[in-house]
Design a protein around this ligand. Structure first.
Ligand SMILES: Cc1ncc(COP(=O)(O)O)c(C=O)c1O
Length: 395
């Protein structure tokens, strides 16, 4: 009999009832160090007092009004994002994949309204992940995500990750945009080198294409800048954001330049919940914290510390681990042992990591992780690695 919850997830037998900072607690009191943060969602950790305050204050006043009316919290968050980024304008969604839907629509409409309706194709890369909506799976294109789901949304050209020559060769009169994650998340924490992002920006400029960045996972302070592309000194035309911006409340956004967004006039797009008062009240508080240069400096300091210790962990367990990679607090450890075995051994030792493609375990802790948490993380990951070593030796 089918379970009452559609069985699309492989869930671990863990059931958390409370969260605080970087810690999750089960009903029996067992505490787990959360290095996954809901897959890069709980940017300020669990139950951050400022977020609890923002949400409850808003909840006491007004939960929801339609986008038929003015929403001051939405205006405030849009203004903050415009102030802190390349963007001139913002549309709010509830998730990353909805942001992908709009990014695709916006790019196509831009060229349509400029009298170039043939420009509809979007270049994407293998290993990418843009969500589970029809545009999201078509954009990523992998068989795992698309098989069995019937005719895919057309207009995506899939290239090998890192293949710049391939990009140049793939551009035609039909090309509208290049869509890329500055750091691939699901694909196994694969950062795009700064030089490559710069080259993609140049290619877009030279060929009248829009550069769309998917910062759903790598954005909102995760890499130590407010947005990951800032490290490369470039700006996109369109950017998808979600996850961390809501700190745990479902919230996403598409940020764009005025020029890229020029086709999106009244009536061309909408969302019932996108940008609602609750989400935006929380989002404002997240951005107020994360955009603070002192906060980002701390992210970078702690990221350096964690990475240095993880390099030591990898050196101590050469049979289990291969290398550390990533940026800021978006780190991946490529495993020699099976990554799922390492994640499961982590559960046994009450530390949470997240598997990714390419046999990687991901560490995406709350950006508010403390030095004590880092020390604890290393103790627990070390035990987990030793456990996998023992089981390999006795297998
Ligand atoms: C880079 C990237 N884009 C898009 C998405 C989709 O976001 P959501 O699950 O909120 O729809 C994700 C989710 O993991 C992601 O990592």
């Amino acid at each position: 009999m089918i379970p009452s919850v559609l069985p699309t997830y492989n869930r671990a037998p863990l059931e958390f009832v409370k969260g605080e900072g970087a810690w999750l607690t089960e009903a029996d009191g067992r505490r787990f160090l959360d290095l996954g943060a809901g897959i890069a969602v709980n940017a300020l950790g669990h139950a951050h007092p400022a977020l609890v305050q923002a949400l409850t204050d808003q909840a006491k006043n007004l939960w929801h009004v339609s986008n038929l009316y003015q929403i001051p919290q939405q205006q405030a968050l849009a203004d903050k994002l415009v102030e802190h980024t390349f963007a001139d304008t913002v549309f709010f969604t509830n998730s990353g994949t909805e942001a992908c839907e709009l990014a695709v629509k916006m790019a196509r409409k831009h060229f349509h309204d400029k009298g170039q309706p043939e420009k509809v194709e979007i270049i994407t890369f293998d290993g990418s992940f843009h969500g589970r909506s029809s545009a999201g799976i078509a954009a990523a294109g992998s068989e795992k995500m698309t098989k069995g789901f019937g005719p895919l949304l057309p207009g995506f050209v899939h290239l090998t990750f890192g293949d710049l020559d391939g990009v140049t060769n793939a551009i035609s009169d039909a090309t509208a945009a290049i869509l890329i994650e500055p750091v691939q998340g699901e694909g196994g924490i694969r950062p795009v080198p700064d030089a490559e992002l710069k080259a993609l920006r140049r290619i877009c400029d030279e060929n009248d294409l829009l550069l769309i960045l998917d910062e759903v996972q790598c954005g909102v302070g995760r890499t130590g800048k407010l947005f990951a592309h800032e490290w490369a000194g470039i700006t996109p035309d369109i950017m998808m954001v979600a996850k961390g911006i809501g700190g745990g409340f479902p919230l996403g956004a598409v940020l764009a330049t005025e020029e890229a967004a020029s086709g999106m006039t009244a009536g061309t797009h909408g969302s019932t919940y996108g940008g609602n008062p609750l989400g935006c009240a929380v989002g404002c508080t997240v951005i107020d914290h994360v955009a603070d240069p002192n906060f980002l400096a701390e992210v970078n300091r702690k990221a350096g510390l964690l990475r240095q210790k993880l390099e030591g962990l990898v050196a101590d367990h050469p049979e289990i681990f291969e290398e550390v990679r990533g940026a800021g607090l978006m780190l991946g450890i490529k495993c020699k042992a099976t990554n799922i075995d390492v994640v499961n051994a982590g559960y046994d030792n009450q530390v949470i990591t997240v598997p990714a493609a390419d046999n990687v375990i991901r560490l995406l802790p709350p950006l508010t992780l403390t030095e004590d948490d880092i020390a604890e993380a290393l103790t627990r990951l070390d035990k987990a690695a030793s456990q996998v070593e023992t089981s390999l030796a006795t297998a």
